[in-house]
Design a protein around this ligand. Structure first.
Ligand SMILES: Nc1ncnc2c1ncn2[C@@H]1O[C@H](COP(=O)(O)OP(=O)(O)O)[C@@H](O)[C@H]1O
Ligand SMILES: [Mg+2]
Length: 436
């Protein structure tokens, strides 16, 4: 009986009475059907594996949830579910993420680790709060530094005047009294200079955080850049992903492809690039395309980074060094690819993408696995870029920042909506709930 009581208590503590319902709800919301769960792990895609792992964690009713980049490869619908689960959950959460929108809607405290000083700072709010707070702190430091500079200039001027006066007394006077007065004034001036040095030098000049940047050609590219006409496509032995689909993209268009995992976004990109051929229909595309694939291709790690860069872009060694310095902050001439982290390699690839001066840039889920600084570098570059953009992404913050003006919305049952939009209107929530 005692044991029974203990078990009952534990059921309460672990909130386990509705375990089966909860399990069904979580599996269903993550799109994990019982058929699907029969499959071998080796057969499923990265996004799907991510969802299986997430289901396991959520079903276990944690008191403390630790999530490391949970949003990578999740579609808008799954993101919404996870957001709600966190908002409504009674657990504590420690989240590592570069997904700014997700951070804004799920957390209320931020710990920032400074790479250079290896210190941790605490901010009592969400991501937008953190950004605003950082700016405030920086502006305050600038104001304090300016105030110090102003005071120092003023006092230095006064001390200089004193010193000049002292020199006059000493030079022109034969009188011992005035000579002594001059010496006294000189001493005072020295004391003042010393004080200025000691007291008005404590605030160092604030420097904005280092951000990778590089020059982007701003020539406008007009006219038709890609055209897909009445295509049909299916992978061998599978259902048609596209039936009689047409689409064209002009120079000033910034198009986002959105839709659930596995619906065919990457396949459309691969069709446009000619990596796979449609069974029927025609595809034409400008020659000058820059492409960042969803999964970065294999790179030869033993290669020197300058050689790697110059193999893909025809620039001088000096130019390559300059561009790489702008994105990696140091002299990289003697480094090999293996000396860089995967995030840094992605930065190098982004620099290569723009250095090729493309007319059309195609990106497949570019913000997955990038740190916020690199995402911001990519955003800045895309904002200045004047050609066409086609990007598959679930990162609405990113889509807004790069000023997407048209959406290709892949819905279930092969329906594809093609709508004009403005950056302010972009919300994947409305996509999930079919408000568009
Ligand atoms: N090389 C392939 N061979 C067979 N099926 C594939 C291949 N690549 C993708 N698929 C399937 O085609 C569908 C669309 O995939 P994909 O275009 O990668 O989707 P998305 O990018 O929208 O997540 C999925 O069901 C996927 O499993
Ligand atoms: Mg994809």
């Amino acid at each position: 009986m005692e044991e029974y009581g203990e078990v009952m208590e534990k059921m309460d503590i672990w909130d386990s009475w509705n375990y089966l319902e909860k399990k069904e709800m979580i599996l269903g919301s993550l799109g994990l059907t019982s058929d699907f769960l029969e499959r071998e792990i080796a057969e499923i895609s990265g996004g799907q594996a991510n969802r299986v792992a997430l289901a396991g964690v959520l079903i276990s009713s944690p008191n403390l949830l630790l999530l490391d980049e949970p949003t990578n490869n999740l579609d808008a619908e799954t993101l919404e579910f996870l957001k709600k689960f966190i908002q409504e959950g009674k657990f504590s959460l420690l989240l590592v993420s570069h997904d700014r929108q997700f951070l804004d809607e799920t957390i209320d405290e931020i710990l920032e680790i400074d790479e250079e000083s290896l210190t941790v700072s605490h901010f009592g709010g969400n991501y937008s709060f953190y950004v605003a707070e950082k700016k405030k702190i920086f502006d305050k430091q600038v104001a304090a530094y300016e105030e110090q500079r102003r005071k120092r200039e003023q006092l230095e001027k006064a001390a200089k005047a004193l010193r000049q006066k002292a020199a006059k007394f000493e030079r022109f006077s034969q009188n011992a009294f005035y000579k002594a007065k001059g010496a006294k004034l000189a001493k005072q001036a020295n004391i003042q200079f010393k004080r200025i040095q000691e007291e008005l030098n404590s605030i160092p000049e604030p420097k904005p955080p280092k951000k990778p940047t590089f020059v982007v050609e701003e020539n406008e590219k007009r006219g038709l850049l890609a055209k897909v006409f009445n295509i049909f496509f299916a992978y061998p032995d599978q259902k048609n992903l596209f039936s009689n689909f047409s689409f064209s993209l002009n120079g000033n268009e910034r198009v986002a492809i959105i839709g659930p995992n596995g619906i065919g976004k990457t396949t459309l990109i691969r069709l446009i690039l000619g990596e796979v051929k449609p069974t029927e229909g025609e595809i034409t595309i400008t020659k000058n395309v820059g492409y960042l694939p969803q999964i970065p291709g294999e790179v030869d790690k033993s290669e020197n980074v300058i050689d790697y860069f110059r193999k893909q872009v025809t620039v001088s060694e000096e130019e390559a060094k300059k561009i790489l310095g702008q994105v990696l902050f140091s002299d990289v001439s003697y480094k090999k690819i293996s000396d860089f982290s995967s995030g840094e390699i992605r930065r190098i690839q982004i620099a290569i993408l723009f250095a090729k001066r493309p007319d059309l840039i195609i990106l497949d889920e570019p913000t997955n696995h990038l740190d916020v600084y690199t995402i911001e570098m990519l955003e800045e570059a895309l904002k200045r870029f004047r050609g066409g953009i086609l990007v598959a992404s679930h990162d609405e913050w990113f889509l807004r920042d790069i000023k997407i003006n048209r959406l290709l919305i892949f819905k279930e049952k092969k329906e594809i909506l093609d709508v004009k939009t403005t950056p302010e209107k972009i919300s994947l929530k409305s996509h999930v709930y079919n408000f568009i």
